[in-house]
Design a protein around this ligand. Structure first.
Ligand code: NPQ
Ligand code: MG
Length: 366
């Protein structure tokens, strides 16, 4: 496949409601899109980096910078998704930027060959159950009202964001209000330390599916220690940036479940390697979310359709985050989202919407 040029496009997407986590509150999603142009097709990739380096060291301006100065110039004019991985390998880190570029190339490649991303990755199903991530609220009644609304929409699993001062009481309230049948889990986004183990152990009776990333992103060892002191299964998110990290976590006993986010691990090919590794070791995986627009959401649904994704993911409907999505909106059907079946990621941005939210574009010729 010959690349004729690559566009970097920044878009500003207002969120339907502020999203609060242990690391901050977001009101607008600042998204970097990569568009790869070839003679036969265009491909899209969405960079999941945030404006500020709060979730991980990456941030949008840095992703745009490394793409324009290093990653895009390193690509051969004739390449495919595996070739992108090889060309970018010498550059350390910047997995979110790499993922966006590799995904755009993969999308163009699959559109050219007429194959869907789901089929290419090895999808086993054509729809996936939808979970929802619920931000930190000002009060328990406000939280119960929000969860009620999501359950009324059909969501099959609820994840509560927690932080010191907003953990036991809200989680217990949700469990008591909605009963033992609710699939419930929590996400700390690295807000605790190992000295909090006795406190986190108080979540044990609440029958949670998992606790996600309780400790620091760069501390597998402490997670392994924590796993011996609580019964709630530990799931890692921020700590897993590669299949190598996943292998280390499994060996150490740092987690029994992995949240796979293609952006965080450098793309869909590495995401599939983690899926394969986890499956071979009997660990469950699920597909995380980074408040993607329809572009990233479509591709995540293809991944979430793989057979090892045995827990519902943070693959929510478009309207969970956006009043107007960049693509035709993803909607819940009986608590599920359909996996796109047309070539590549299976969706296109709506030109008028895209123009409306674009804040800058940059064309890099080949
Ligand atoms: C997580 N996502 O699993 C993340 C973290 C997260 C759906 O809970 C802007 C951009 C705000 C990305 C807030 C969910 C964000 C963001 C939270 C990602 O840890
Ligand atoms: Mg998380």
């Amino acid at each position: 496949m010959r690349i004729t040029g690559i566009e970097l496009r920044r878009v500003a997407m207002p969120l339907v409601t502020p999203f609060r986590t242990s690391f901050g509150t977001e009101t607008e999603r600042d998204v970097l899109l990569v568009r790869v142009v070839t003679p036969d097709a265009e491909g899209w990739g969405e960079c999941v980096a945030m404006s500020d380096p709060l979730y991980s060291p990456e941030y949008v301006d840095a992703a745009a910078d490394v793409l324009r100065r290093f990653l895009v110039p390193a690509l051969p004019a004739h390449t495919d998704a595996h070739g992108v991985g090889r060309a970018l390998h010498p550059f350390k880190g910047h997995r979110m930027a790499k993922a966006a570029l590799e995904t755009a190339v993969l999308d163009a490649q699959l559109r050219t060959s007429g194959q869907s991303l789901a089929t290419y990755l090895g999808a086993a199903v054509d729809r996936v159950p939808a979970g929802v991530s619920v931000g930190i609220m000002n009060s328990v009644p406000e939280l119960l009202e929000a969860v009620t609304g999501y359950l009324d929409e059909g969501y099959r699993r609820v994840k509560l964001k927690i932080a010191p001062g907003w953990d036991l009481a809200p989680t217990r309230a949700v469990r008591e209000h909605f009963g033992p049948g609710l699939l419930l889990q929590v996400d700390a986004n690295a807000a605790y330390t190992l000295t909090d183990a006795p406190h986190l152990a108080k979540l044990d009776p609440l029958d949670l599916l998992l606790i996600e990333q309780p400790l620091a992103h760069d501390d597998l060892l402490q997670h392994a220690r924590l796993a011996e002191r609580i019964t709630t299964p530990i799931c890692l998110d921020e700590s897993i940036e590669s299949a190598q990290d996943a292998a280390a976590a499994i060996t150490l006993g740092a987690c029994s479940i992995v949240n796979i986010k293609p952006g965080r691990v450098g793309g869909y090919l590495e995401a599939r390697r983690i899926h394969d590794l986890a499956r071979a070791h009997g660990l469950a995986v699920w597909c995380g979310g980074m408040l993607e627009t329809g572009i990233g959401r479509a591709a995540n649904l293809a991944l979430a359709a793989l057979p090892g994704f045995t827990l519902p993911g943070d693959t929510s409907a478009s309207r969970r985050y956006y009043t107007t999505d960049l693509t035709p909106p993803f909607e819940l059907h009986d608590g599920h989202l359909n996996v796109p079946a047309t070539p590549g990621i299976g969706v296109d941005p709506i030109p008028a919407v895209l123009d409306e939210v674009t804040t800058s574009t940059e064309w890099i010729p080949f």
